[in-house]
Design a protein around this ligand. Structure first.
Ligand SMILES: Nc1ncnc2c1ncn2[C@@H]1O[C@H](COP(=O)(O)OP(=O)(O)OP(=O)(O)O)[C@@H](O)[C@H]1O
Ligand SMILES: [Mg+2]
Length: 249
């Protein structure tokens, strides 16, 4: 199963992905998290001891250009680069979770993330997983990346939404664009939901109820401030995670 996550900035995408990863690991799955945010933050969230040591794939410029199949001096990409071995070479492991950081190419072509997006797209469409393997893709806020079709190969796109108008607007845009690039399962996940009024607000704004609603958790907020791995708090949101996973099954 390949699951990506999206939503407005700061709504809790990385937090929910990390909690989901931890639960899947405890359920006996092999979990690979791909951090595709250009300001990656997943390593800290899952408690990697020394996140500074991770080499993002984007820093392997020569390799990337090779793997994305970009023909020198031409805007076109070769169609059949090999990407399988990248996984093994650039994965780090923390607390039984595997993590790969995509990063972003800076300077040069002014932050155009073409090469790493092409590599990511290949990985998502070509990776064949056994039923016990799960790939979780944490992404940048907003909808821009959806237009590129990079994540068309995922089975599910979770869209995190908090009870605010602006977050709902972004979530609806995500759903529309994701449908256009052919992602069949786009599901809303509520976060920082305090009461029934919040739940009702989300359901009305979205036109459907989220598949699960995570509470506004002082423990999560505190853990983040202390730099404590969020995965340690998975028990505190067990019913919500179970509900989420049941909806995807
Ligand atoms: N359910 C929650 N209860 C309390 N705090 C939360 C909850 N979910 C997320 N947070 C806090 O909100 C902040 C943003 O969370 P997070 O980094 O997961 O969001 P994001 O959507 O990944 O952000 P970005 O768009 O920057 O990638 C963090 O400080 C996190 O600890
Ligand atoms: Mg994030």
């Amino acid at each position: 199963m390949k699951i990506a996550i999206s939503g407005k900035g700061g709504v809790g995408k990385t937090t929910i992905m990390a909690l989901l990863a931890e639960q899947l690991k405890r359920d006996g799955k092999q979990v690979l998290i791909i951090d595709a945010d250009s300001s990656p933050h997943m390593a800290q969230t899952i408690g990697l001891a020394d996140p500074g040591k991770i080499v993002p794939i984007a820093e392997m410029k020569t390799l990337l250009v090779e793997r994305s199949g970009k023909v020198e001096g031409s805007p076109f990409y070769n169609i059949n680069p090999q990407v399988d071995d990248l996984l093994a070479r650039y994965m780090v492991e923390a607390n039984g979770l595997k993590l790969m950081v995509l990063g972003a190419i800076e300077g040069g072509d002014k932050g155009c993330a073409c090469a790493e997006n092409t590599v990511l797209k290949r990985m998502l469409t070509k990776l064949l997983l056994s039923p016990s393997q799960v790939v979780l893709l944490d992404m940048e806020a907003g909808v821009e990346h959806l237009g590129r079709g990079t994540i068309a190969g995922v089975d599910h796109l979770l869209t995190v939404v908090i009870p605010t108008q602006s977050s709902i607007r972004t979530a609806l845009k995500v759903k529309k664009l994701a449908g256009e690039v052919g992602i069949k399962s786009v599901r809303f996940v509520g976060n920082r939901v305090v009461d029934e009024e919040d739940e009702k607000f989300l359901a009305e704004g979205l036109g459907e109820s989220p598949i699960a609603c995570f509470p506004d958790s002082p423990a999560i907020a505190r853990a983040e401030r202390r730099g404590q791995p969020i995965v340690e708090l998975v028990e505190t949101v067990q019913p919500q995670i179970r509900q989420l996973l049941a909806a995807l099954a």
